[in-house]
Each structure stands twice: as C-alpha cells, then as structure tokens.
Design a protein around this ligand. Sequence first.
Ligand code: PXP
Length: 396
Amino acid sequence: MAIYLQYLEIPPFSTKKERTFKRLVKKAFQILGRFPKDLTILFTNNKLITLYNTQFLKRPYPTNVIAFPSSDSKYLGDIIISIEKAKEEAEYYQIPYEKYLIMLIFHGFLHLYGYDHEKGVYSPYLMLKNEIKLAKALGYGEKEIINFLQRREYMPAKLAVNVDHVATLREARKTYYPDPVHAAILAELGGADGIVVHLRLDRRHIKERDVRIIKEIIKTKLILEMALDEELIKFAKEIRPYQVTLVPERVEEVTTEGGMELEGRVEEVKMVVKELNKAGIKVSLFVNPEEKTLQLAKKTGAQIVELHTGLYAEAEDEEKRMAEFERLERAAHLAKELGFIVHAGHGLNYENIGPVAAIPEIEEFSIGHSIVSRAIMIGMKKAVKEMKELILRARS
Ligand code: PXP
C-alpha cells in the first residue's frame, strides 16, 4: 500500500511529520476494519481548492477538505486539503494546527468510504461516530478534539422540549392530569434530545415532584430553568439536572419576558455558576441577543448561553422579523467566538423555526408552548373518538 503526499509548493512538513501522517492513515485502515489501499493526499491553498470546489461541487468558495473516491479496487482516492484554510480554522476553533490537520485527513478519509455528513439526518451521526473512533484509537481523544468534532456546525441542532404547559393544564383544575411526567416520556419517544422544566418561584405549573420524577425516568437530559434564588439553587444541587438555565423572573409575568440583565450582577451570577458547576451541573444563561450582554456573560464563567428568540418570534412584520433575525445571527456568531455553547429559544413555533434552525452556531432549541399546543390539536380527534366510544358502549 502506498500513501502519496503531494504539495502545491514547497513541502510544508518535515519528513518526520510526513511519516506520522502515513502511519496514522495506515492504522486508520485497521481501525475501520478495511483492506489497505493506495491513496493520495494533496496539500494545497485556498485558490486551488476553490477551483476544485467550484468545478466539482458547484461551490465557488474555499473549503478545508474535499475527497474524491476512486472506482479502482486498489486505489481508494484523493484527499485535497487547503493548508491555508486549515490554519484559519484551527485558530478559530482553538485547536493546535497539526491536530486539526490530522482531523481533516480522517474526515477526508471517511468521505472516501462514502460517509457523508451532508446527506440525510443520520449520516452526520455515522460520520461523527467513525471520526471519534479514529481520533480516540489514534491518540487524539482529548476532550477539546472530541468536543470540537461533536459540535461541528453541520451537525443537526438538538431539540429540548419544555413540558411546563402540560402542567399548566393540570393546574387549571388542580388535579393530577395531564401529567408532565408522561409528556416528558412521550416527547422522548418523539425524538426530544432533552426535557426542560421551569420551576417558577410561585410554582404555578411545574412542582418539585415533577422535576424529581422526570429526572429519574428520562433517558436524555434534564434542563432545569429557574430564577437566581437561594432555595431553588439548593433544590438544583439536590436534584442535579444536566443543566440549569438561569432566567429572570417576575411573579406577575405570563411567561419569561426577556433575557437576564447582567449589568452590575456579574459577580453574583459568577458565584452561582461556580456553585452549580461544582455540583456537576452545566449552567446556561438566558440572554438577549446583544454584544454587551454576551461579553458580560463571558465573565460569569457560564458554559452555555440561550439566545432569547422572543423578539424575532413576535415581530409584527417581515422587516422587523428580518432585523431581529440578523441580530440573532450576529449574536450566535459572537457567542460561538467567545467560546459558548449556543442555544436559543422562546416563542419558536412551526412557522418561524426554519430560518433560526439554519443558523449554524446554534446547537439546541428550547421549545415548549407551540409543541404542547400542537399536541392538543393533533390528539383532539382521537381523544373525542375514545370518549364517544365509551358513551356509545355504555348502553349497547
Ligand atoms: N427558553 C426559556 C429560557 C424560557 O423561559 C422558555 C419559556 O418557558 C422557553 C425557552 C420556551 O418558550 P416557548 O414555551 O415559547 O417555546
């Protein structure tokens, strides 16, 4: 088996480094359980990769790596890497350049076997699974690399389902149904990646009992939304959800009205973040999509920010909606650059989710009211039919 390394200009790597690249690729065949084959890795620049990208993929811009599989049974194909782009991206993602380059080689290598993160819903997962497998087996399994692989922009965003309003319906009659615990399980069956509950200061919908049981039985992650309150912090530390999302709260409000005001509160929030992190809980801050707040959020040490999408969702006309959308786009970009995991939520529904779901930096959406509302409508016909049958059967 031969691995050909080619360069556009002067070889940018030492012979020792070239040997490392070849050794890693040879091992990659073994790890994936494939027969070794010849292949070429061409290291080039942005200009040439743009030509390839335009000519073969109709994308007129530079990219990091392109792979061309071969139909020859002994030749696997060609991996083309832009060194220029790789350097830029390594700096952006704060990954050592050489390690980043090796990740790109693995990425191209998997493409040569037909793995494709741009096809369908599950292909990205399969591609990622193998990238992680290679990284770990070849000694690149550090947390920073695995986190980077898992958080690639092309991965579909996750959906965390908020079941508060199932409890709202229960509390409308102060009875025991519908139970948000059941809703949480059904949401998971529908594909939810996480369950969100907001334990409000007045306990108007979700109660401690709901949080406890949901934490026990769900298979995904529990996200506890709460105000910055001593008693709630104590409860969170006892329950230990995957994540706490800190939100501002006013007892008179119908729903959360805006993001957290961090001006003059950084030290207070920082202490709470530290306390929750110490208990093994990740912390997210619900914030308005604005630069000043994001810069302050960074100082608190929180790992996640949830961008408030309320103004986008409630915009009265298209012009205002577009302005709010662009604010979200800019904020998502900045938040990611500041090193946050970026989430978004509030007011998102079946009509307005599309554009925000395409913002690549947003990794997760927190959606409640629209899903619970839709569930009632989708289930209404069946629910009426069941009751009607009971009535008819009673005298037949
Ligand atoms: N994110 C946060 C921080 C919230 O407070 C809420 C409402 O509880 C949501 C997301 C979900 O909003 P909606 O119910 O409008 O989908």
